[in-house]
Design a protein around this ligand. Sequence first.
Ligand SMILES: Cc1cc2nc3c(=O)[nH]c(=O)nc-3n(C[C@H](O)[C@H](O)[C@H](O)COP(=O)(O)OP(=O)(O)OC[C@H]3O[C@@H](n4cnc5c(N)ncnc54)[C@H](O)[C@@H]3O)c2cc1C
Length: 280
Amino acid sequence: MVQVVELTPANDKQQSPSIKQKEQWNTTHARYISTLKMTSWGRALADNLRLTTVKFKTHVAPLSKSKNTTDKKTELFDETGVSLGWFDWVVCTVPNQQAVELMADSGFTKQAQICKPQMQACYTLMLGWDSIEQLPDILKSTATPIWDVAYVNDSPLDRIFIEHHKPAHGDLLPSITIHARNDWSQKNVDDDIETVKEKLLEAAQQALKWNSDTAPSQIDCHRWRYAATVNNNETDKELGILVDNSHQWIVSGDWCGQGNIESCYQMAADTVQAITATLN
Ligand SMILES: Cc1cc2nc3c(=O)[nH]c(=O)nc-3n(C[C@H](O)[C@H](O)[C@H](O)COP(=O)(O)OP(=O)(O)OC[C@H]3O[C@@H](n4cnc5c(N)ncnc54)[C@H](O)[C@@H]3O)c2cc1C
């Protein structure tokens, strides 16, 4: 059972933050956690691919008009102009700003729609301690209430996840992941990463109240430039995948839905369906 709280940092440096129980994520609000790392599950899936070659660390170059298309097959190139082969279908799942660039001069029939969803950034702060004893009180197992995930109010921070509370993560050194708010991240997206790190650390210290003895020993800050799809309105219709049957190209990805992993699955399923429909 995952204990979720709402955490409001105190304005006064002497006071403790207010922590209120918000909800529990149980089997009815299930959350799935990949072990040993978040990437392990994706890697295990990829290991099962028998007829597919996965090329790592390869930047696909923008597609060009008809030059590299024949009989609906498309030749892809890497950035240095080396051919990556001929493909029956091209499925492009990069974030939409990057999809715009990849498809810009290709003659993709749905180009104008790619820009429709707006995407916002997310800064992530990862903090680690050398032992459980060095954790600030608020993160200790003796804290009340005990919590695993905190939604943060009145702060540049959005959510805090306690990593060593996750299943099969107990052997790891204590660590937490903090996501900054998307609107705050977007506003500061081009700032120097060290400046952003300092601002987020200050906010984290205000929220978690560590002192010189309980300060984190490992600090890392990461910028995800295209992280979240903005839903301006609850009734905004999802874009859905963009299929160009004339070229056999599909632009897909989580941002074609609501920008989360559920949308990622849904768009992948829709993509497979669009391809198999042409085979029947
Ligand atoms: C900070 C953050 C934390 C998250 N945490 C979680 C979590 O804990 N649990 C969860 O379920 N979901 C989480 N998500 C959501 C999840 O990561 C996404 O929903 C999912 O990764 C979307 O998959 P995708 O295939 O649509 O796009 P992406 O994962 O964005 O994949 C696009 C890929 O295209 C590659 N690419 C870009 N340009 C090129 C090019 N020219 N050539 C070749 N490759 C290129 C990129 O490198 C990238 O690997 C998180 C997202 C963010 C931003």
